[in-house]
Design a protein around this ligand. Structure first.
Ligand code: NG1
Length: 479
């Protein structure tokens, strides 16, 4: 998709019609002016490495968040409603009162949405764009990305809120910048994510998986083997990563690993926050980095006191330099295992891309996915018993490869199977895994489904609505 076509033709399927109906019922203000659609994703390889600066390899899925939007002239308020009224409350808020500190205090669905609005406002302030006085919004949201399942529902929501707000203010932002703004503003919720989810949500291309490189953000599209199908299966173990400090503890462990190795190499460690930066500074290969892990990080746990001694800082200093607000109470860190996972996963990711470009053998690609999962389980310690049961069954059912996708500790697995066994495989998991759990028969297609690489975010206007003429706002355009 080129940078210019974030605006697309109207696309009125059933979900849009339902959303439009909900919008009109709730706000009693006629029809939405425009819609923003943002997909979820699965990550095929490169797990828990984006926040260390290493490349990832996700693809967008067709499950998405859709926002129906209308601008309100003369009001500085935003009203947000969700089609799932049972689970999500409506909210009305003065836009200028949305602030990062309050957002970080709870993980309500509207706070994710506020992250996006806040991100849009900050971008406009930073670029000294003329703020649009007294313009508010009506937003109706619908979505079918399973929540807290590692399919990036939160980033899709934040990104949809960001694009909806910027579009409403008539601000043009290139796609790569949208991804960066969205990654930054989602951190207000309290997790120190690396940017994979927002980048794929914005840059995905139908039919392709994307290699996403960071610093600077670049995207390369890759074809996957023709005769395979990717299946997503939920473990049914729910993990809300913003509600615990597990995710941030991993981010911090990787940071501490890079700082301790940096100190051992006489490098100014205080400014080193990610492992890829350390590698760049040292000009070492990934294999050389792996050697450093073995030389300088012991396998047993590091206590906080020990880390303070090695880095010659007080606990208070360490809290400020290296930890996040929700990890200052963590007393034990596994640095050897986490750094080893990151460097080996970065190597696997490179191999995966080479394989896609060359022989594209499903057996080789599947093996790399399996190795990735084993490392996530054994070195990164972010698997979970239901996930493990599912992984074992996938292997028995004839998968080429399978792994947890996203942060883990529950959520989904992504499985690559030969296309000709797709139906049989899904039935196998239904019989062996889901039949033992109470899953409503009508919901089975939501807990296990085949997926294809889908397009990234786009905006489309309601048919017949002349957006640019509605208010005296700048034209709605995103580059
Ligand atoms: P999930 O939990 O699927 O949203 C998280 C991070 C990613 C990445 C993966 C692990 C956020 C928004 N997402 O994904 O950036 O680090 O874990 O590979 O923090």
């Amino acid at each position: 998709m080129s940078a210019g076509d974030i605006w697309q033709e109207s696309n009125k399927d059933d979900s849009i019609l339902k959303l439009e109906h909900h919008f009109s019922q709730t706000f009693q203000k006629g029809k939405p002016e425009y819609y923003v659609k943002v997909p979820g994703r699965v990550n095929l390889i490169g797990e828990h490495v984006d926040y260390c600066g290493y490349s990832v390899f996700p693809m967008a899925i067709k499950q998405c968040i859709i926002v129906a939007a209308k601008r309100l002239s003369g009001h500085n308020i935003v009203r947000i409603t969700n089609t799932d009224t049972q689970s999500y409350e409506d909210v009305s808020q003065t836009i200028s009162d949305i602030d990062a500190v309050t957002i970080g205090k709870s993980q309500s669905w509207t706070n994710y949405f506020f992250c996006g609005i806040k991100g849009a406002q900050e971008y406009m302030t930073e670029k000294q764009l003329k703020t649009v006085e007294n313009v508010g919004f009506l937003f109706a949201v619908s979505g079918n990305i399973p929540e807290s399942a590692g399919l990036s529902s939160s980033s899709a929501l934040v990104t949809a809120a960001l694009i909806s707000t910027l579009a409403g203010y008539g601000v043009s932002v290139p796609r790569h910048q949208l991804a960066e703004i969205s990654a930054k503003c989602e951190r207000y919720i309290g997790t120190a994510g690396g940017g994979m989810d927002q980048a794929i949500a914005i840059h995905a291309k139908k039919g392709f998986a994307s290699r996403i490189n960071f610093n600077p953000l670049t995207i390369q599209q890759f074809r996957l083997p023709d005769d395979v199908t990717f299946i997503v299966a939920q473990s049914l173990a729910i993990k809300n990563k913003a509600a615990s400090n597990d995710f941030n503890t991993r981010v911090v462990e990787c940071r501490l690993a890079s700082q301790i190795i940096a100190k051992s190499q006489n490098i100014d460690w205080k400014n080193l926050t990610v492992l890829s930066q350390l590698q760049k500074t040292l000009k070492y290969s990934l294999d050389e980095m792996i050697k450093l892990v073995h030389q300088h990080l012991h396998k047993s746990k590091f206590t906080k006191n020990e880390i303070c001694e090695i880095l010659s800082v007080t606990e208070d200093e360490l809290n400020v330099i290296s930890l996040t607000p929700n990890t200052t109470n963590v007393l034990e860190f596994y640095l050897h295992q986490r750094a080893l996972h990151v460097f080996k996963e970065a190597k696997r990711m490179e191999k995966f891309c080479e394989e896609c470009e060359n022989s594209c053998s499903p057996i080789e690609l599947g093996e790399l996915m399996n190795l990735s999962h084993t490392s996530l389980r054994d070195l990164y310690d972010c698997s979970q018993s239901d996930l493990e049961e599912l992984i074992e069954l996938c292997k028995q059912g004839g998968a080429y490869g399978c792994k947890l996708t996203g942060a883990g500790w529950g959520g989904c697995v992504v499985i690559m199977v030969p296309s000709n066994i797709k139906e049989k495989f899904i039935q196998f998991l239904k019989d062996k895994f889901y039949s033992k759990r109470s899953v409503d028969k009508n919901k089975l297609t939501k807990v296990i489904f085949a997926t294809k690489p889908s397009d990234g975010a786009f905006i489309f206007k309601s048919p017949g609505v002349e957006i640019d003429k509605l208010y005296e706002l700048p034209p709605l355009k995103i580059l």
